[in-house]
Design a protein around this ligand. Structure first.
Ligand code: GLV
Length: 326
């Protein structure tokens, strides 16, 4: 029996390649750049696709790849996939939930600590060779321990961030469309509050919501200006959740003390007004970038594709219910 034709837009990792090589007629796209037109050309005739969050699986791609049956994004966020269009075309869409929660929560904490304690500024000062030696008022930051952490979005990653806060003796506030079960609140010592309270009371606001029409520009001028002038914003979710122009304005007006962003409204660019600011840390969308986690994500995507072609329900099918998959 012939194997299903699958395009992977990346060479992935050996563990994932082993699975795909054994089960698919797989093309790995190895190139320094991947123009959209070339993606559409390579996807034509394929029955499976493994792609990244930077690659849109939309009507245009579905039209270019009429044989496509399964599209697997190597990411937990799937705002790159037009799920409705996939469902209409009976294409199963899959993502990689669960395996990156702890690594991403670790990184949110990396940013919380780095922005609060001015790590990047300190590093730059040392490298410049201009540090004159210890003094009492140098690089004064904000404390983390004992402060209030506000978690926007209390899913797996948001809860992981709360779990890590326990050792810092923090007050933990969270807001979410759905209140967490009482035992989770108790275990994590987390208080459910409305967003307004969270913005007003948190010393660190850490964002963990998916990108949806309701969360686009959730970090708006209005909400930023509610924050304490000593508070910090950390975003490891999706860039468009933050209105970057409004953030630059809030920082310029000292409405908040700083921000650490791993994701950007218009990746790969950050808003130009943020670039020269010392009260901002910018990292290139690396929250899940540990070798273990990225390998697990690639393996998960490979397993989803293989499950589909073996006639099984892919374990992480986003539109399984809409497609009536058993
Ligand atoms: C990364 O941003 C992901 O969604 O996995």
């Amino acid at each position: 029996m012939s194997k299903p034709k699958v395009l992977s837009t990346r060479p992935l990792f050996p563990e994932a390649r082993k699975i795909l090589d054994a089960n698919c007629d797989i093309e790995y796209w190895v190139a320094p750049e991947r123009p959209r037109a070339e993606l559409l050309r390579r996807a034509a005739g394929k029955e499976g696709l493994i792609c990244l969050l930077t690659e849109k699986v939309n009507q245009e791609l579905l039209d270019a790849a009429p044989n496509l049956r399964v599209a697997a994004t190597v990411s937990v966020g799937y705002d790159n996939i037009d799920v409705e269009a996939c469902t209409r075309r009976k294409v199963v869409a899959t993502n990689t939930p669960g395996v990156l929660d702890d690594t991403t929560a670790d990184f949110a904490w990396t940013l919380i600590m780095a922005i609060g304690r001015r790590l990047v500024e300190g590093d730059a000062w040392m490298r410049s060779g201009t540090w004159p030696g210890w003094d009492l008022d140098q690089l004064i930051g904000g404390d983390i321990w004992g402060k209030t952490l506000g978690i926007l979005g209390f899913g797996r990653i948001g809860r992981g961030v709360a779990r890590r806060a326990q050792g810092f003796n923090m007050r933990i506030l969270y807001s979410d469309a759905v209140r967490a079960p009482a035992e989770v609140e108790k275990e994590l010592h987390a208080e459910f509050v409305d967003r307004d309270t969270l913005f007003r009371q948190a010393d660190f606001v850490s964002v963990h919501v998916p990108l949806m029409p309701e969360t686009r520009h959730l970090i708006s001028k209005e909400n930023l200006w509610k924050m304490k002038p000593t508070a910090y914003l950390v975003n490891t979710s999706r860039g468009p959740v933050v209105d970057e122009a409004a953030l630059a304005e809030a920082l310029e007006n000292k409405k908040i003390a700083g921000a650490a962003l791993d994701v950007f409204e218009n990746e790969p660019k950050a808003h130009p007004a943020l670039l020269p600011r010392k009260d901002v840390i910018l990292t290139p969308h690396i929250a899940s970038a540990s070798i273990d986690t990225r390998t697990k994500m690639a393996v998960m995507a490979a397993n989803n594709v293989v499950a589909f072609f073996e006639g099984r329900r892919p374990p992480n099918a986003i539109n399984a219910d809409a497609l009536g998959l058993k």
